[in-house]
Design a protein around this ligand. Structure first.
Ligand code: HEM
Length: 426
């Protein structure tokens, strides 16, 4: 096997010139590129990048080993999480080691199952708000479902976690989050990023977005009497020894992690229902089917399409040695569309979730990650999605207005140019 600038390769992978030929594809269609690499080189692929040695792990067993096996063997010291922390600081999503072990038990009670009916109730109210807007047209209308879902999910997170519907500022906040994350994505793609302090247009944009996010946090926290607080705010504000900065980082983390992910999943769910009127009718007639639609959407369009880890102690994955310090990329998208685990993997078939998944499929289904760092908002998101799907599929029929929008894998999977659909009252 080759060696990259003195670092010996331990797994097959594309030589430098092949990687260069794919530069454009990596940008435009990273998912297609990852699938091609797996098909060409196998389940563990090494890219021609010397520092850190960089691997793709594409099968369910290997992915499971990275995310679940050997606690402490893998960490989040990766370029993706370092870039994200420009926005979220050391919040729960990007926190490492001791910091994470200290934080998770603090916020966990705010996600207890006993709160889920409230999440569903708030999601139903917000969904009814969207429905009123769509119905006010008085007939079929073409709407940007993605924009509506971004607004809805931000309001649900705001109300459920912070007791505030982020009055009138949702559009600005959603924009600030997206703008900040767009800069983050660009930074995480280049090996040597321009220092965040330099006054480039991207850095100025990042600074403006951070100011908007910080202002929103100050408003959420400022002058809040205990009676007006939610459990999460209580937990964060009453933590002895937590600085204002730590509280800010957690709140921004929840705003960021809790809204674009759920909005992306709901957007693709409506796209799928628009193309499968029979399934939409079934949800309208039997609302409990919304759960399977949510699960199947998260299989086909997992918002977190890649999950990265750094290797802390050397490991062997599928027989391949991965050294300490290496970067490992896993991809829920690849695993969840892999025909080795899922028959007709690209077909939308919610019915698969009506049956019991096999042990292998359970390992090959990780829209919320797996292991200790699994999504703390998993049930929050699932209850929210089910409620919104049930409500809006019951009130409207959806139809596509053009060809499938191009998939843009950014922080989450987004449709290029939004998601225009025709909605008509049932
Ligand atoms: C469909 C919606 C969602 C998806 C697909 C999703 C996906 C994920 C994934 C894959 C991870 C693990 C990342 C890793 O292992 O590197 C994660 C972690 C996390 N998610 Fe979510 N998430 C969703 C909704 C939410 C919501 C609604 C919240 C909060 C209200 C939230 C808060 C978090 C936090 C704080 C973490 C870090 C947990 C930790 O490391 O302890 N997520 N999410």
């Amino acid at each position: 096997m080759t060696s990259y600038l003195g670092t010996p390769a331990t797994a097959p992978g594309p030589p430098g010139p092949e990687m260069l030929r794919h530069t454009l594809r990596i940008r435009r269609d990273p998912l297609g590129f990852l699938a091609l690499m797996r098909d060409r080189y196998g389940d563990v692929v090494q890219f021609p990048i010397p520092r850190p040695p960089t691997y793709l792990v594409a099968d369910a067993a290997g992915t499971h080993q990275v995310l679940v096996g050997r606690p402490g063997g893998y960490d989040k010291d990766t370029i993706q999480y370092r870039s994200l922390s420009l926005v979220t600081g050391a919040g729960l999503l990007s926190a490492r080691d001791e910091q994470w072990r200290r934080q998770r038990p603090v916020v966990q009670p705010a996600f207890h199952h006993s709160f889920l009916p409230e999440v569903a109730a708030v999601a139903a109210e917000e969904s009814a708000r969207v429905a009123r807007r769509w119905a006010s047209v008085g007939g079929p209308a073409v709407v940007d479902v993605e924009a509506a879902m971004m607004d809805l999910t931000l309001r649900v997170v705001g109300r459920c976690l912070f007791g505030d519907d982020l009055r009138g500022s949702t559009a600005r906040l959603a924009e600030a989050t997206l703008a900040a994350l767009t800069v983050v994505i660009k930074r995480s793609r280049v090996p040597v990023a321009v220092p965040a302090g330099w006054p480039t247009p991207a850095n100025r944009q990042l600074r403006r977005s951070l100011q908007d996010l910080d202002a929103a946090v100050a408003r959420l926290v400022g002058g809040r009497r205990p009676a007006g607080r939610t459990l999460l705010l209580d937990l964060l504000l009453d933590q002895p020894g937590w600085s204002d900065r730590e509280v800010r980082d957690q709140i921004v983390t929840f705003l960021v992690a809790g809204h674009e992910t759920a909005a992306s999943a709901l957007t693709w769910a409506f796209w799928l229902l628009a193309g499968h009127a029979d399934e939409a009718d079934r949800v309208a007639a039997a609302p409990e089917r919304a759960r399977w639609v949510a699960d199947e959407t998260l299989r086909l369009y997992p918002p977190a399409w890649v999950i990265s880890r750094s290797v802390v102690t050397p490991d062997r994955i599928d027989g391949t040695a991965v050294p300490a310090g290496a970067l490992v990329i896993t991809s829920p998208y690849l695993v969840q569309r892999d025909r080795r685990y899922w028959p007709d993997p690209d077909l939308f078939r919610p019915q698969r979730f009506a049956e019991r998944l096999s042990a292998e499929q359970r390992r090959a289904y990780l829209p919320f990650g797996a292991g200790l760092r699994q999504c703390v908002g998993r049930d929050f998101a699932r209850w929210e999605m089910q409620e919104v799907l049930r409500d809006l599929a019951g009130r409207f029929r959806f139809a596509p207005v053009g060809p499938a929008p191009r998939l843009v894998p950014a922080v989450t999977l987004r449709p290029a140019g939004g998601m225009l659909l025709q909605v008509a009252p049932r």
